[in-house]
Design a protein around this ligand. Sequence first.
Ligand code: SF4
Length: 360
Amino acid sequence: MTHPAPIDVLSLEPDQLRARLDEHFAGRSQPSYRTGQVVKWVYERLASGWDEMTDLPATEREALASAFRLSEPTEERVAVSKDGTVKHLWRLEDGALVESVLIPTRTRLTLCISSQAGCAMGCTFCATGWGGFERQLTAGEIVSQYRASRRWAEAHDLGAITNIVYMGMGEPLANRKALHPSLTILNRGYDVGARRITVSTVGVVPGILELADRPEQFRLALSLHSPDSELRRELIPLEKRHPLPEVLDALEAFDQAGGKRITFEYTMIRGVNDALELAPRLADLAMRVNAFVNLIPFNPIPYRDWRPSDPVRIAAFARILEGRGVSVAVRGTRGRDIDAACGQLRAHVAEQLGAAAKGS
Ligand code: SF4
């Protein structure tokens, strides 16, 4: 007789988890409060194994271990920047490597998580894009980055994670099968407010429309990087499939869905997309969908000799946007000393592992 595969607890939405546990305990003639005990261990106490659930009898812990799976990534590397940014490289059960980054500021602790191992989008300014696509993450693998990072932050006195951004490796809207449940789990299971969760995309139109349809006010960030379709195509190959006018229509639908904030991310690369003539065009797009604009100096990657725009140019660019009524922030580059740009730590470790394998 073959046994059914254990159910992945971390991939279940809270209602599904309760239903599965009710069924499990009813089948074992256990009282119904057992479900509440396990749910509390999973969502509040962040248990990483059944043995930790000490208010359950040992026989019940064993039965849970054979019916369910509670799997956590292992810490492959951790790097702490001089500016406090913490980058984790996690090894998943099958050996795939993904990154997450903790970014502390005076008032917040933001966690940046990955939605895919690698990425198929091939954006030319991104280390992950150069590394190619490995596989989709499950909802549980996305959520487990939050759980493991939260535990790390608590153990290292960084405080509570206040915000989550899907801006790590991968295009979250190209993995909607896992993205949607992961959003529900983080929001309803771990109680992270929807307005504190931002999904970042390079412009996957069907995914933007799906997010617009969700009742929660999750936020959306568009990696824009150029208001000019032709130039954008050189930076983001997806522009060919979903050109800017189509993306803007989808953003309008998202904006009109009410109370949902849009941010444009604009990485400023010297001599590539920082011409001042582009600023008024960017302002027009931002005004159309009420977008906030983040200007981010380019974080150099090993594959290109591009450099960040001059701070004076960035300031001039910002002034033009502000003069046209756009809310804008110039972001500092965080964690440059620890390869904090998306995909870099993984790329470096992969290089080192490759070199070690060649040398052995
Ligand atoms: S920027 Fe985002 S979508 Fe583009 S290659 Fe990098 S991870 Fe993928």
